[in-house]
Write a protein that binds this ligand. Structure first.
Ligand code: ZN
Ligand code: ZN
Length: 346
C-alpha cells in the first residue's frame, strides 16, 4: 500500500514516507523504525520461523511486541509468565502467516492459553531485553544501562559453558528458536543468579577447584570461560560478574590473579613486593628480608618454576610508609637541633 520495498526492513526504514503515504502518526512510525533498528542488532539471536506471544499482553492489546522476537525472550516481564509459541490445541508453532495475531492458524484463541510462571532469571533477562539493557526490573544482579549485545554474549557463555568439567559447549545451539529450546538453554541462569551473589560465587569456586593444579594464572586455570567472560564484563554494568570471579580467585586460588583486571574492578588490595618496595623507596630485597623477619603482613603466591612471589596488602604498605616517613623526619631533626645548639652557644 505504501508502494515502497516489500521487505519489512525496507518498509520500516522509511518512517516519514510511511507516515505520509499511509497517513499514520509520524512519531509512531519513527518509534517503529527505532525498534526495528534495535532488533537488527540482535542478528543471529532473532527468533526465526514462527511467533512467540504473551497471552495476557494480547488480551490487553492485539499486537506483536518486538522483544518477543529475541530468541532469549522466553518470558513477559509485565505478567511474570512464559511466552507461548506452540498452540496447545493443534500442537503447531504459531505461523507468521496466520490470519489473526490472537488466533492460531487452527482458530484457537491464544489470549486464553495458560502458560507456566517465569523464573526470576527469565524475568531478569526479559526486563533487560524489553528495555534494551536499561534495567533488570529490580531483579538481582541489578543491571542498569548495559549493552544488549554484551548481555547476550554473557548469557551465552554462562549457559553454553555451564559445566566446567565438559570441555566443549554444553549445547551446540547458542540461539535456540523455540521457547522450549530456549527455556532449557537458559536453565543454568536460574542456578547462577539465584540468591545473588552466593550461587555464582559457589559456581566460580567449583570452577577454580576443577581447574588444573598446574595452572599458575587465572587465564590458564579458568580457560575459555574466563577469557570470554572478561571480554564483556571488564567495564560497564556487567562488571559485577567479573568482580565475583576476582574476589573468589583472590580467596581460593594460590596462583597469580590478574592484577590489571583486579585493579579494573577495584579489588586490587594486594601489591607485588617490587611495587611495594618502589612506593616505600627501598630495595626489593631488603623489603623481602623485612617480610621474612615477620615485621609486616604479606602473602605468597606460586610463580611458575621460579618459586614464590611476595605480595603485601595495600594498607600494610601505607602503614609502613607513614612509619618510615616519621623516621625520616626524626633523622632530619639533628642538624636543626645542632644548629640551635650552636646558635645558643653563639
Ligand atoms: Zn505479557
Ligand atoms: Zn492451533
Amino acid at each position: 500500500m505504501a508502494g515502497v520495498s516489500p521487505t519489512r526492513t525496507g518498509l520500516l526504514a522509511q518512517p516519514d514516507y510511511l507516515a505520509s503515504a499511509l497517513q499514520l502518526d509520524s512519531a509512531w512510525t519513527q518509534s517503529l523504525a527505532e525498534r526495528e533498528a534495535t532488533a537488527r542488532t540482535w542478528r543471529s539471536h532473532h527468533r526465526f520461523g514462527h511467533d512467540a506471544v504473551c497471552p495476557q499482553c494480547l488480551m490487553s492489546s492485539v499486537h506483536l511486541r518486538s522483544v518477543w522476537e529475541h530468541c532469549y525472550a522466553v518470558a513477559c516481564h509485565h505478567h511474570g509468565r512464559q511466552l507461548v509459541d506452540q498452540c496447545p490445541a493443534c500442537g503447531d508453532y504459531l505461523s507468521h502467516s496466520r490470519e489473526r495475531i490472537e488466533l492460531c492458524q487452527c482458530g484457537h484463541d491464544l489470549r486464553f492459553v495458560q502458560t507456566p510462571s517465569a523464573t526470576p532469571a527469565q524475568l531478569w533477562l526479559a526486563s533487560l531485553l524489553s528495555t534494551a539493557g536499561a534495567h533488570s526490573g529490580g531483579i538481582e544482579p541489578r543491571i542498569a544501562g548495559a549493552q544488549m549485545s554484551d548481555v547476550t554474549q554473557l548469557v551465552r557463555v554462562l549457559c553454553q559453558q555451564f559445566d566446567a568439567t565438559v570441555p566443549g559447549p554444553r549445547q551446540r545451539a547458542a540461539a535456540p528458536s523455540s521457547i522450549q529450546g530456549a527455556v532449557s538453554f537458559l536453565r543454568p541462569l536460574d542456578a547462577l543468579l539465584s540468591d545473588w551473589p552466593y550461587s555464582f560465587e559457589t559456581h566460580v569456586a567449583e570452577r577454580i577447584a576443577a581447574g588444573s593444579p598446574q595452572a599458575r594464572t587465572l587465564n590458564a586455570l579458568l580457560g575459555r570461560w574466563y577469557q570470554q567472560l572478561k571480554t564483556v564484563t571488564t567495564s560497564g554494568p556487567l562488571q559485577v560478574f567479573l568482580k565475583v570471579v576476582i574476589e573468589v580467585a583472590a580467596r581460593d586460588f594460590n596462583g597469580i590473579v590478574d592484577h590489571l583486571v583486579a585493579a579494573e574492578v577495584g579489588l586490587d588490595s594486594y601489591l607485588p613486593v617490587a611495587e611495594a618496595a618502589k612506593q616505600l623507596g627501598i630495595g626489593r630485597d631488603s623489603l623481602v628480608q623485612h617480610l621474612k623477619e615477620g615485621k609486616a603482613n604479606y602473602r605468597t603466591r606460586r610463580l611458575g618454576a621460579r618459586g614464590l612471589c611476595y605480595e603485601m596488602p595495600k594498607d600494610e604498605v601505607g602503614r609502613l610508609k607513614s612509619e618510615r616517613e616519621r623516621w625520616i623526619s626524626i633523622d632530619a631533626e639533628p642538624p636543626r637541633v645542632l644548629r640551635r645548639l650552636f646558635s645558643l652557644r653563639g
